[in-house]
Design a protein around this ligand. Structure first.
Ligand code: SF4
Ligand code: SF4
Length: 142
């Protein structure tokens, strides 16, 4: 992460872990083939074994990470992601999602969801846009 030109969007993750827990419509972590491959490699599993242990196929046929006890299976103590180096695109780009930015400002929704928005370094519009495009590219509906 890095800061950038003004005005930008301020964000700094506090590792509260809230985005990795179940809260309504934002409780899904979708995985594409490349994300499955990266996570399996990180964990030293075959892709099939990884999928069997940590994912499920939803009603639309998409692969999702398992949510157990209302949190992602990889969320560890103190809000630490157990697969940080290979975390899925939607985790890596959060909260820089198109739905969460309006007129160059964070929406109320994301302010309610993530305590890291509005604090810390300012991210440039270019950085924010790059992450939003990356996220859109991983969206199963896109
Ligand atoms: S909700 Fe925000 S501050 Fe909390 S872990 Fe997620 S990104 Fe970080
Ligand atoms: S993979 Fe890591 S960052 Fe993504 S939801 Fe799970 S614990 Fe959170």
């Amino acid at each position: 992460m890095s800061g950038g030109e003004k005005p930008g969007l301020r964000f700094e993750c506090t590792q509260c872990g809230r985005c990795c827990t179940n809260h309504g419509e934002y409780s899904h972590v979708y995985l594409g083939d490349r994300e499955v491959a990266a996570l399996a490699l990180l964990l030293g599993l075959s892709e099939r074994e990884f999928e069997r242990k940590y994912t499920f196929i939803d009603e639309d046929g998409w692969t999702q990470l398992t949510i157990a006890n209302d949190q992602c299976v990889f969320l560890g103590p103190n809000g630490v992601c157990g697969v940080y180096a290979a975390r899925p695109v939607q985790c890596r780009t959060f909260p820089f999602w198109r739905d969460f930015v309006e007129d160059g400002k964070w929406t109320v929704d994301v302010r309610d969801l993530c305590e890291g928005v509005g604090r810390g370094p300012s991210w440039s519009r270019d950085e924010a846009e790059r992450l939003m495009i990356e996220m859109e590219g991983s969206d199963p509906d896109s």
